[in-house]
Design a protein around this ligand. Structure first.
Ligand SMILES: Nc1ncnc2c1ncn2[C@@H]1O[C@H](COP(=O)(O)OP(=O)(O)O)[C@@H](O)[C@H]1O
Ligand SMILES: [Mg+2]
Length: 268
């Protein structure tokens, strides 16, 4: 399901102009990150993908559906969106009900809902918490409940707004595995994050937003070669990139393996 945003402009009621002509195409099965400083418009852009927000001018297409012609409930068939702040998203008293809400609304049978909920809970390390009140879990537990809620919907596109904020390193590793699994299933994964070390390991393409405009859209390798642009936008490159530069490599490495390979060749 191809995603296409075409010259999208958006202003919040009250006059804050946030998106200033965003155009981007994302092919099915891509793993893409939206990056940029706080307030640059990442969340606003993400909320256009599932129709929670609609463009003032321009268009947003998810496959052959334009968001302006479909309700957010319909869009939820195609795009699941996980809120940046879990407490804005959670509203059930039991973890199981919270995670089941999406697939139930999409019309899955009780048997299918059961399987999808159990799988999603398991993927997010929440097995055994079905009867808990999400509010009794810590921040990372609440965050993982919202991630599980999106996974349980089994949509072709899934948008994670700052998914790793508040997760410990083991939970982040578990979430990396979830991203690879979704990728193997052919789903489109869109991640908003400030964690460049996480992104370089899990994402193929990066889109940089500055003041509601896309200023750079490139593969991970090419993205981090734009040193000046990243500095000007206040982004700090991942450690492996900084290390490559310090070692004088002509092209920054995006993985430990690539780094060692370049280093070995350089020292021969
Ligand atoms: N509901 C809202 N009403 C008015 N302004 C908002 C609202 N949500 C966000 N904004 C403003 O829009 C701008 C972009 O916000 P946001 O999309 O959340 O950026 P990001 O996710 O990149 O931090 C900010 O200036 C923010 O204050
Ligand atoms: Mg945000």
């Amino acid at each position: 399901m191809t995603i296409r945003m075409d010259d999208v402009h958006f202003t919040y009621p009250g006059g804050v102009k946030v998106l200033n002509g965003v155009s981007v195409t994302i092919q099915p099965g891509e793993k893409v990150a939206l990056v940029g400083q706080n307030g640059s418009g990442k969340t606003t852009l993400a909320r256009h993908l599932n129709g929670l927000l609609r463009p003032a001018t321009g268009s947003v297409w998810i496959g052959d559906w334009q968001t302006k012609d479909h309700s957010p409930a319909q869009m939820a068939r195609r795009v699941a969106y996980v809120f940046q702040n879990p407490d804005e998203q959670l509203f059930h008293q039991r973890v199981w009900d919270e995670v089941a809400f999406g697939p139930q609304n999409l019309g899955y049978s009780p048997g299918e809902v059961h399987i999808q909920v159990e799988q999603a809970l398991d993927l997010m390390g929440l097995g055994g918490t079905s009867n808990f009140n999400p509010r009794d879990l810590g921040y990372s537990g609440r965050k993982r409940v919202t991630l599980a809620s999106a996974l349980a919907m089994q949509t072709p596109v899934i948008v994670f707004d700052e998914p790793t904020a508040g997760l410990d390193s083991k939970e982040q590793e578990q979430f990396s595995k979830v991203i690879s699994l979704l990728h193997r299933q052919g789903k489109t994964v869109i991640v908003i994050s400030h964690d460049m070390d996480f992104l370089i390991e899990n994402i193929d393409r990066l889109v940089l937003i500055v003041s509601g405009k896309i200023v750079l859209d490139a593969s991970v390798q090419q993205f981090f070669e734009q040193d000046q642009m990243l500095k000007a936008s206040g982004l700090i490159a991942p450690q492996i990139i900084r290390l490559s530069r310090q070692m004088g490599h002509s092209h920054p490495s995006t993985s430990v393996e690539q780094f060692l390979d370049t280093q070995l060749k350089q020292s021969i």
